[in-house]
Design a protein around this ligand. Structure first.
Ligand SMILES: [Zn+2]
Length: 362
């Protein structure tokens, strides 16, 4: 049972990078330039907080893996061949947050920030990036998160990768896209109260997105979500995911509050050994009671992530002209991509060392 996401989230935590400029250029797949970029970004003083890591390590990997099974036969062979890569790298974007200041706001949107005075934030915030920038400024958007727009960015990069027949980039962006789409489906990634810190529900983030799937998904979830479908308007689809997540927030908070009040205090938590010592987690009973109260919401949001991701992959491939994936090289990812991933790993290690601590559970 992987606990990393839970442990991360319990430390409360999200990099807030108000005013930090998003890197607009596509991440170069040349190891040299990436290493140079990492050295620059490593020098920046932004290591104050950590990510709450949506879906945890476990959930993200599962979403990316299961999405492969929604694909049509023309795509399935290729994705099946690389299913371990796509699954293993599902959580890379969270890890980049240690080493890249631009990364943090790509994972959420605190949409309620725009909903003051009873206004509907989904009406207030234009769906188009340029219109939203005109209305609120780029700095403000980045301060409160940009996940729906970043999904569109990565989606477009994936189309280009398909057009070029670039196996490395197809895998890299397919995997990344799964991460951001997964994040957009987590209710707590759409609010400033992302860890219950404003309502005395601290730790609810990991409870919802890590503890529940870790205890339930393997045994109880049914990911039969059907076939990927063509998405006419990916940006709208990304916004709809955010909106559906946001609508679920009342239940996420209210059921936890009610349950917390009535559940026997001495049965709420257990201590589990997670590598670096014993850590406190919600007990199985408490977790199940919360999940039952929400009526299977976590499973539904996970399944919505899976079918949406498969549909984004499929739509990118269609928009690229349905290239014959079987003619792409059959082998593993190239050495240059491996170099980049190794460089990211190295940057992560350096960032951790500069923080004077290790990642738990590794
Ligand atoms: Zn994330």
């Amino acid at each position: 049972m992987v606990s990393r996401g839970g442990a991360e989230a319990q430390r409360n935590t999200r990099e807030r990078s108000s005013g930090i400029r998003i890197l607009r250029v596509s991440a170069s797949l040349r190891a040299k330039s990436l290493i140079a970029l990492l050295l620059v970004t490593l020098a920046w003083p932004f290591f104050s907080k950590e990510d709450a890591g949506a879906w945890g390590f476990y959930g993200h990997k599962r979403i990316n893996r299961m999405a492969c099974f929604t694909l049509p036969p023309q795509m399935f062979g290729f994705y099946k061949r690389h299913i371990d890569f796509i699954s293993d790298h599902a959580v890379d974007p969270d890890r980049r947050r240690y080493a890249n200041a631009d990364e943090a706001p790509r994972h959420y949107i605190d949409i309620d920030h725009y909903g003051i005075d009873g206004k509907d934030p989904f009406v207030e915030v234009p769906r188009e990036w340029n219109m939203a920038v005109t209305k609120f400024s780029e700095d403000t958007l980045k301060a409160y998160g940009i996940v729906p727009w970043h999904i569109q960015v990565v989606y477009n990069r994936l189309i280009t990768a398909f057009q070029r027949g670039d196996v490395d980039r197809i895998l890299y962006y397919s995997s990344d896209l799964g991460h951001y789409i997964g994040d957009a489906h987590v209710p707590l990634h759409t609010t400033e109260n992302y860890n219950g810190q404003m309502t005395n529900q601290h730790g609810i983030h990991a409870f919802w997105e890590s503890r529940i799937p870790e205890l339930s998904a393997d045994a109880n979830y049914d990911h039969g979500v059907g076939r990927a479908v063509y998405i006419e308007d990916p940006l709208s689809a990304a916004w709809e995911a955010v909106q559906a997540s946001n609508r679920a927030l009342d239940s996420v908070f209210n059921f936890e509050r009610t349950l917390n009040e009535r559940y026997p205090a001495d049965q709420k938590y257990v201590f589990e050994d997670r590598g670096r010592g014993s850590m406190r987690f919600p007990s199985q009973g408490f977790t199940k009671a919360y999940e039952d109260a929400m009526g299977g919401m976590v499973e539904r949001r996970m399944n919505a992530s899976i079918i949406t991701l498969g549909s984004f992959w499929y739509s990118a491939w269609v928009n690229a002209g349905q290239p014959d994936l079987d003619r792409f090289e059959q082998q593993d990812v190239s050495d240059s991509l491996k170099q980049i991933l190794a460089a990211e790993e190295e940057a992560l290690k350096m960032a951790r060392e500069s923080l004077g601590r290790e990642e738990p559970n590794e």
